[in-house]
Design a protein around this ligand. Structure first.
Ligand SMILES: *Cc1c(COP(=O)(O)O)cnc(C)c1O
Length: 361
């Protein structure tokens, strides 16, 4: 037997399944499987990447000062309490690596984002899943799941793949009720889609046990460049910066993110378009017998009669070049997660599901 073995926990990690982008034999596909911005990035972000090209022989800056200043200015946050990462996934990784290890527990919810479990296992910690209440984060269930070994509690608010969110008073009750050695991580990957929502920033200002993560991958349309950030108490951010690689973000990624966050008009436009077509999509699907919970994000979780119907509909859509996301791996076997596309995409997906439901199989 080989003595070359991975650390405990590593082999329990199932490979992350990204949203599909191609269907063999079908051209002109519409990808609605990864919650990307159908309108693309801000033109200013594209220009910033192009302008950065001539300088890519230089190492990028290590402290991300300009981007942190820009984020701080736009969101009214102290730039010193911001850390930037290779997507918010890297901030999640830093948190697990820094605060959880063998014997420690990392809590996330029943339909929570896959990276929480992956990062907990990668750190050698024990992932602990707690139930939700009808696809909504259940604060009481999380508090009941806490022990003296709990080090991190992850909730996405709004959550993926359910699209639901809990209110500020519930989040505050959760933060208040955690054991004193635990950190609450508020994953705000979809916070920008909620008009006027601060992602939990006000709570962070009041407490020493709450961190939020944010991303440029969803509303800002920069998923391909990998930029995210975290905001939290100074003491925690200082610790996370010790494990962060000095050159984790490329100069092109930094330039694009900085341009994107300053383009607030484009952000407003994308948020409004998403809200408009999300409502249209959800109502049109409900009318043809496919209900969904009210979504606060840029996707809806469409519910079918059973797993067989969800899978048949998924195959039907794929054959017509429409790629949505199966979420059986998130314990939602009878649902499909559909990203809110542009008008054409929304109309096409509704027409196809209507044909499927009408027995056109
Ligand atoms: C997409 C997503 C992220 C982050 O993605 P990055 O591209 O790594 O920033 C984080 N959390 C949730 C819940 C997501 O859906």
């Amino acid at each position: 037997m080989s003595l070359i073995t991975p650390q405990p926990g590593i082999m329990d990690i199932a490979l992350y399944q990204g949203g599909a982008a191609h269907v063999p034999g079908v051209s002109n596909v519409i990808k609605l499987s990864s919650n990307e911005n159908p309108l693309g990035p801000s033109p200013k972000a594209i220009a910033a990447v192009q302008n950065s090209a001539a300088q890519i022989h230089r190492y990028p800056c290590t402290d991300h000062g300009a981007l942190r200043q820009a984020i701080g200015a736009v969101h009214g946050l102290n730039p010193e309490q911001i850390i930037c990462g290779v997507g918010s996934d890297e901030i999640i990784t830093f948190l697990c690596q820094t605060y959880a290890g063998p014997g420690d527990e990392v809590i996330y919810t029943e339909h929570g984002f896959a990276m929480y479990r992956i990062s907990a296992l990668a750190a050698g910690a024990t992932p602990v899943e707690v139930r939700e209440r009808e696809r909504v984060t259940d604060v009481d269930a999380i508090l009941a799941g806490c022990t003296d070994r709990t080090r991190l509690v992850f909730i996405a608010n709004p959550n993926n793949p359910t699209g639901t969110m809990i209110g500020a008073s519930e989040v505050a009750r959760l933060a208040e009720g955690l054991p004193s050695q635990a950190i609450l991580v508020l994953d705000g990957a979809y916070a920008e889609f909620v008009e006027g929502f601060d992602g939990g920033a006000a709570l962070i200002a009041e407490r020493d046990n709450v961190v939020m993560t944010r991303t440029f991958s969803k509303l800002y349309g920069l998923g391909g460049l990998r930029v995210g950030w975290g905001y939290g108490p100074q003491a925690i951010i200082d610790v996370l910066n010790r494990v962060r690689g000095p050159f984790n973000l490329s100069s092109s990624a930094l330039a694009a993110a900085e341009a994107a966050i300053h383009d607030t008009a484009y952000v407003e436009y994308c948020r409004a378009q998403n809200a408009r077509w999300r409502t249209w999509l959800a109502e049109a699907l409900a009318e043809i017998g496919v209900p969904s919970d009210t979504s606060c994000a840029n996707f809806i979780l469409a519910r079918f009669a059973d797993q067989a119907e969800a899978e048949a509909c998924d195959s039907y859509l794929q054959a017509r070049g429409l790629i949505v996301r199966r979420v059986a791996g998130y314990k939602l076997p009878r649902a499909l997660r559909i990203t809110v596309g542009d008008e054409i995409a929304c109309r096409r997906v509704v027409a196809a599901i209507a044909a499927f439901k009408g027995g056109a199989t």
